[in-house]
Design a protein around this ligand. Structure first.
Ligand code: CTP
Ligand code: MG
Length: 230
């Protein structure tokens, strides 16, 4: 079966509070989206790549990626899951049900080629698929729900992981899982959640903790530092 890449890039980056969506901020004078796409596309071999963009996007034509013949675009949706589903529907007729889809956030330019390889090798024979994830490092507190939060208890972190991307699932199963969530009004923030909701158990593949999602302004300098060290 073939591999396809989906890079959701239709968000507006509200928490970044910048003058443009964060995927179009620059690190070393390149769009974050261009860094992300070239790293993943150059690390693995894909049959194709679909990038859902915001319907109001004005920046894509200025990207390096717009001139990359490996990349197709489509219009994304209101939530990340809607954007991923629209990419899968745009791949209908090209991808087969048992092909693998790798979904990777546009906002994660620091993903390491070794992690991409490890994910694909680890899951090649897995019935469901899975995701890169990192064990939680901090001590975790469960808070009360009063106006002033107080510690209810310290949560055992030994089985807790942070979900990263890429997340890798079969085309047909992922599409069905996302449609099922949509049907049930189930809000989800990653593909694994959709698979879990449809009763599947995705595998956790340990990845580097520096595969950060650029979310708030201070993440920009952090990502530049991480990319410079790799
Ligand atoms: N994304 C998308 N479609 C949406 C929302 C998000 O394709 N409707 C993409 C973003 O472009 C990003 C990835 O999903 O690459 C992860 O989402 P997030 O970090 O939440 O990005 P934004 O939604 O843009 O940021 P914010 O939540 O702060 O507005
Ligand atoms: Mg968001």
């Amino acid at each position: 079966s073939s591999f396809w890449l989906v890079v959701p890039a239709a968000g507006i980056g509200q928490r970044m509070n910048a003058e443009c969506p964060k995927q179009y901020l620059r690190i070393n004078n390149r769009f974050i989206l261009d860094i992300t796409l070239s790293r993943v596309l150059d690390s693995l071999s894909f049959k194709g790549c679909m990038v859902p963009l915001n319907s109001q996007d004005q920046w894509w034509p200025a990207s390096e990626s717009a001139r990359d013949g490996r990349i197709q675009t489509c219009v994304g949706g209101r939530e990340r899951a809607d954007s991923v589903l629209s990419a899968l529907l745009a791949l209908e007729g090209q991808a087969r049900n048992d092909d693998w889809i790798l979904v990777h956030d546009a906002a994660r330019p620091c993903v390491h080629p070794e992690d991409l390889n490890r994910l694909v090798v680890a899951l090649a024979a897995h019935p469901v698929g899975g995701l890169l994830a990192a064990p939680v490092a901090d001590t975790l507190k469960l808070a009360s729900d009063g106006a002033v939060p107080e510690v209810c208890e310290t949560v055992d972190r030994s089985r807790l992981w942070r979900a990263l991307t890429p997340q890798m699932f079969r085309f047909g199963a992922l599409k069905q899982a996302l449609l099922l969530c949509l049907d049930h009004g189930q809000s989800i923030t990653d593909e694994s959640s959709a698979m879990e909701f449809s009763g599947k158990m995705p595998a956790l593949v340990e990845g580097r903790p520096d595969n950060i999602k650029i979310t708030v302004p201070s993440d920009l300098a952090l990502a530049e530092f991480i990319l410079g060290r790799q």
